[in-house]
Design a protein around this ligand. Structure first.
Ligand SMILES: Cc1cc2nc3c(=O)[nH]c(=O)nc-3n(C[C@H](O)[C@H](O)[C@H](O)COP(=O)(O)OP(=O)(O)OC[C@H]3O[C@@H](n4cnc5c(N)ncnc54)[C@H](O)[C@@H]3O)c2cc1C
Ligand code: SF4
Length: 453
């Protein structure tokens, strides 16, 4: 097997990289937005609003755009989803609001709700308008752990009820995966940081970065010190292949490398000539597309099941294929080969359904030469990161919550990727919002004893 290890930065010029990492969908201008808004039929029962996890009044905001009230449209969006600017760019709209648009039937083209949402929210953020005002202080203090979409959404809603919130964040920057995970071409121009600024600008929220629960602070102490606690911890572990040579040079966890793409100078990142990505979800697609955009010559994504059950949406798969990524299904890794310089190839065994929901090997194998390998086979939640004692109940590897996002511990709520449900930004925002409303009700009732399940 060849062992040339062709991995280097700057496979493309800075100009080519900048072009490849440009806006996936350029913003609508005012005329285009007006034309698109005019396509909305303002359905009485609004299936789009039903399909949006945060329940945005979509016909309502589109009507405001069509009457030239862009600021009003943005307020309608942000009142339900404070991260509406991010969601406009990252929501898989083809599976949510736009999927159910009645325009699909007659014209096979939904109203472009996400693009209109971006038009309205960009207007507000770019003009530095703060439409929200805090009511007088309630005197209550809440600790939010994790400054991702779930934590920030919860913090904002609590602040809007007059409560005082301290957000503890392990990383150097807030934003969670908006800052460190979402594909760079969906989150241009420091969008994540601008959105955090906008959220904090409402007042009453103190952010403490580089403070880690389980290391610098402990759940038991937070429960003593604060009137309520919200955990928005996201995922904190990645699955392993459990193959020899998994720790060889140039075998990467996709999420770690994606964080580098978001934080470092793209021209300095090491990029392989022949890249193999293992996995079938959006993280796998995101790393495959982004490494191709950095100049990798051959990128092969291999998934152990069929295309119909891939976690990545049809749209995301189409983006990968048009970017030049080869997608191979029904094969699972059986060996990683490496020498002193790092990984050299990956051997896969063809796989098939075992007839009861699982996957089994079909015996035959094939080998793909690789200079760089990315593992994107799922992330999880490791509860041991919290503290040794006083943990909330865990169910199937996530924090167990009820419909109000109350955990099994009195006074402790949780939401986002650390609880069961779809791992999407918009779902995390809704979790944070619901938890905040539940906390507010509990505080008004004079009790944060939430042992209700
Ligand atoms: C590569 C990738 C691409 C994605 N692309 C999309 C997309 O295009 N569209 C979409 O809708 N969704 C996408 N997602 C999913 C989306 O990003 C998540 O569902 C969402 O960010 C979850 O929000 P969260 O607040 O629960 O968690 P996170 O965003 O992970 O935030 C959790 C925060 O908690 C902090 N934290 C963790 N442990 C501790 C601790 N012990 N103490 C203090 N702080 C702690 C973390 O540092 C982090 O800032 C993507 C995910 C990945 C990995
Ligand atoms: S938040 Fe997402 S799902 Fe909801 S309306 Fe906006 S783009 Fe659609």
């Amino acid at each position: 097997m060849s062992s040339t290890h062709d991995v280097r930065p700057g496979r493309l010029s800075a100009a080519e990289i900048a072009r490849n990492y440009g806006d996936l969908h350029p913003p609508l201008n005012a005329h285009q937005a007006a034309v698109e808004a005019a396509r909305c039929l303002f359905c009485h029962d609004a299936p789009c609003t039903e399909a949006c996890p945060t329940g945005i009044d979509i016909p309502g905001f589109i009507r405001k755009i069509s009457t030239g009230n862009t600021q009003g449209a943005a307020v309608t969006i942000l009142s339900e989803n404070i991260m509406g600017a991010t969601c406009a760019n990252v929501c898989p709209v083809e599976e949510l609001c736009e999927q159910v648009c009645v325009r699909n039937t007659a014209e096979e083209q939904p109203v472009r709700i996400g693009r209109l949402q971006r038009f309205a929210t960009d207007f507000l953020l770019e003009n530095g308008i703060q439409p929200f005002r805090r009511p007088p202080e309630s005197g209550k203090r809440i600790a939010v752990v994790g400054a991702g979409p779930a934590g920030l959404s919860c913090a904002h809603r609590l602040a809007m009820h007059g409560h005082r919130v301290t957000v503890f964040e392990a990383r150097a920057k807030p934003g969670g995966l908006n800052e460190y995970g979402i594909a760079a071409y969906k989150m241009l121009d420091e969008r994540a940081a601008r959105e955090v600024e906008f959220i904090l600008d409402v007042g009453g929220i103190e952010l403490q970065n580089e403070v880690q629960l389980g290391v610098d602070i402990y759940l038991d102490d937070l429960r003593e010190e604060f009137d309520a606690v919200f955990l928005g911890l996201g995922h904190n572990s990645v699955n392993r292949l459990r193959l020899e040579a998994e720790d060889a040079a140039e075998v990467h966890d996709a999420v770690d490398y994606i964080a580098r793409i978001r934080q470092e100078d793209l021209a300095t990142l090491p990029v392989g000539r022949r890249v193999v990505v293992i996995g079938g979800g959006n993280t796998a697609i995101d790393i495959a597309v982004q490494i191709k955009k950095l100049g990798a010559e051959y990128v092969t994504l291999v998934y152990r099941r069929g295309p119909d059950v891939m976690g990545a949406t049809d749209y995301e798969r189409a983006v990968a294929q048009t970017s030049g990524v080869l997608i191979k299904t029904w094969a699972r890794p059986s060996a990683l080969e490496a020498d002193d310089g790092g990984v050299t190839s990956v051997t896969f065994e063809y796989s098939r359904s075992d007839g009861s929901g699982g996957v089994e090997g079909a015996g035959e194998t094939f080998t793909i030469e690789a200079d760089q390998v990315f593992k994107a086979i799922g992330q999880g939640f490791d509860a041991s990161a919290l503290s040794a004692e006083g943990l909330p109940a865990i169910e199937q590897g996530r924090i167990r919550v009820d419909t109000e996002r109350r955990t099994s511990l009195p006074g402790v709520w949780a939401g986002g990727d650390c609880v069961a449900g779809k791992d999407l930004t918009v779902v995390a925002v809704e979790d944070g919002k619901r938890a905040a409303e539940s906390i507010h009700r509990a505080l008004l009732a004079g009790a944060t004893d939430n042992r209700g399940d």
